[in-house]
Design a protein around this ligand. Structure first.
Ligand SMILES: Nc1nc2c(ncn2[C@@H]2O[C@H](COP(=O)(O)OP(=O)(O)O)[C@@H](O)[C@H]2O)c(=O)[nH]1
Ligand SMILES: [Mg+2]
Length: 203
């Protein structure tokens, strides 16, 4: 018999589910965790999600309208299953208002930038401040995407970012499937680690 642990922050319907014992996942403990993707338009957010969830890559650029939500189960430890609910939101300014609502209840976030376009790290502070305003400090991983192409951002600038936010940086290519799975694994492990620390804190 397994127990499904749901974040207290998910909907009221889920709260009462907390009390239920669920047989479906024999022996495994499952968590439900929401992840959000941050970053400017066309950096590869939708492609990274597509690569991870569906193992596919679409060469054409189709701007995300509003938000798309995807679900994937991930097993990061022998007996721990995590259901990731991945929110992919439009990066364009028109959607800035919507974004704050989209951060609510997130357990972790990826900030994606495009290694061929230095301007995609210019507003990183704005993105991260807006996120932390809503969520507080949550696990954050920087994804330097499109590493199959030639980089136009100096190593120094990237180092500064990593240092400033004390986060991991993973160099990805959604196109060539480089480090995509690794990024999600790392994020999920960090979320679980922090969740366990939180649970041990005295009330
Ligand atoms: N070469 C290359 N192109 C990519 C990669 N990831 C995304 N793209 C392309 O970049 C464009 C924007 O990607 P998309 O995922 O829609 O970006 P989003 O706006 O951040 O969601 C599309 O034409 C993708 O095919 C990558 O890793 N390498
Ligand atoms: Mg998109």
């Amino acid at each position: 018999m397994a127990i499904v642990l749901l974040d207290e922050c998910h909907s009221g319907v889920n709260n009462w589910l907390n009390l239920w014992r669920v047989d479906a996942l024999s022996e495994n403990i499952a968590y439900l965790k929401k992840l959000v993707f941050l970053g400017e338009g066309a950096v590869g957010k939708t492609s990274l999600v597509g690569r991870y969830v569906y193992d596919s890559f679409e060469g054409d650029y189709l701007a995300t309208i509003g938000t798309d939500i995807h679900v994937k189960m991930i097993q990061v430890e022998d007996d721990v299953l995590v259901k990731l609910v991945i929110w992919d939101i439009a990066g364009q300014d028109d959607f800035a208002q919507l974004r704050k609502a989209y951060y609510v209840n997130s357990s972790g976030a990826f900030f994606v930038f495009d290694t061929t376009r230095p301007e995609t790290i210019e507003r990183v502070d704005e993105w991260i401040d807006a996120l932390y305003d809503v969520t507080g400090e949550i696990p954050l991983v920087l994804l330097e995407n499109k590493v199959d192409l030639e980089t136009a951002i100096s190593k120094e600038n990237i180092k500064k970012l990593v240092h400033k936010y004390k986060v991991d940086l993973i160099r990805t290519s959604a196109k060539e499937d480089t480090n995509v799975e690794k990024a999600f694994k790392k994020m999920t492990k960090e979320i679980l680690r922090r969740a366990r620390i939180q649970r041990r804190k005295p009330i």
